[in-house]
Write a protein that binds this ligand. Structure first.
Ligand SMILES: [Zn+2]
Length: 307
């Protein structure tokens, strides 16, 4: 399973418009609330623990004093009969300083947290992070500039002036591993850590298919012409709200030239080397991303001949 996929909650989307039901679940003692502080999820236990961490799902009421009056509280879904919400407590200056959460756990960067919890909890973090992030950036109507308000338990915003409706965005990104015979193409972005190489990627543009975006990006970033493009898998990527669409692309040759405005370097990697890289080794100054990234799964699948 690719991290951020496999969300275990029943989104029960038909319940979102029932404000009375949402409000009663919001107060129901069996419900669970995940506090999010400045886009960081709350985790139980010590920050120093090396064991797998658990999501800080709390009973209703515990974290309420940390949230401002208009703080987003989002219905994530049902776990059996229990409703699960995410509550934005970003208004709290320091939520761990002698507040109601002191001693219960800690807030952790969402990407780091997702690597240290179960695959199911990582998916819940992704859903909560992407939605709260969207609310934080959409307080004003892009049509008329007036304030918008949260509706439908967090899945819509409505402009109070012009009545325009706004829905949470998902931005599609193609991420593709170009291959040629027994080699695959990886690139190092200008802002990547030293030695880090990954599959090339880019946002899909309006009016473009997935295959067209794959071909355009490989030509723009590496001057690589590709023939067949095949779909691999997708990954929700909540930084801030992308959907990564993983593909393989058959290159017509190994002629390659990095676009220096975006990439520091591109390299063809032999399959035998790729097998070592996905075991976490560095080979000739090349490393690949960890398993939280779909790029890792693209490279591993190809390296093991499983695609
Ligand atoms: Zn408006």
């Amino acid at each position: 399973m690719i991290p951020f996929a496999g969300n275990p909650l029943d989104r029960a989307s038909e319940k979102r418009i029932d404000a009375n039901w949402i409000e009663s679940k919001r107060r129901d003692p069996s419900s669970l609330i995940l506090p999010m502080w400045r886009l960081e999820p709350f985790l139980l236990g010590s920050e120093k623990s090396s064991a797998q961490l658990e999501l800080g799902l709390l009973k209703p009421g515990i974290a309420d004093s940390l949230a401002g009056s208009n703080a987003p509280c989002i219905f994530l879904g049902l776990d059996g009969e229990r409703a699960v919400f995410a509550l934005d407590v970003s208004d709290a200056g320091d939520p761990m300083n002698a507040g109601p959460l002191a001693g219960l756990g800690h807030f952790r960067d969402a990407r780091v947290a997702a690597s240290n919890v179960s695959i199911k909890d990582a998916a819940i973090i992704g859903q909560a992070k992407a939605l709260i992030d969207w609310h934080q950036r959409h307080g004003f109507c892009p049509r008329c500039g007036e304030p918008t308000k949260l509706m439908d338990a967090g899945y819509r915003r409505l402009c109070g002036k012009c009545n325009a409706e706004h829905f949470p965005r998902v931005d599609p990104v193609v991420i593709m591993l170009a291959t040629h015979g027994e080699a695959c193409l990886v690139g190092r972005g200008k802002l990547f850590p030293p030695e880090m190489f990954s599959a090339l990627a880019g946002f899909i543009e309006p009016g473009e298919t997935v295959e067209e975006a794959v071909r355009r990006e490989l030509m723009e970033e590496a001057s690589v012409k590709v023939g067949e493009v095949t779909y691999y898998s997708t990954q929700p990527w909540p930084f801030p709200s992308s959907l990564m669409i993983g593909c393989f692309a058959k290159a017509e040759s190994r002629d390659v030239k990095a676009d220096e405005t975006e990439l520091a370097e591109v390299r063809w990697i032999e399959r035998s080397v790729a097998r070592e890289l996905v075991e976490g080794k560095a080979v000739d100054g090349v490393r690949v991303p960890p398993p939280i990234a779909i790029a890792y799964h693209l490279i591993r699948t190809w390296a093991l001949g499983e695609q």
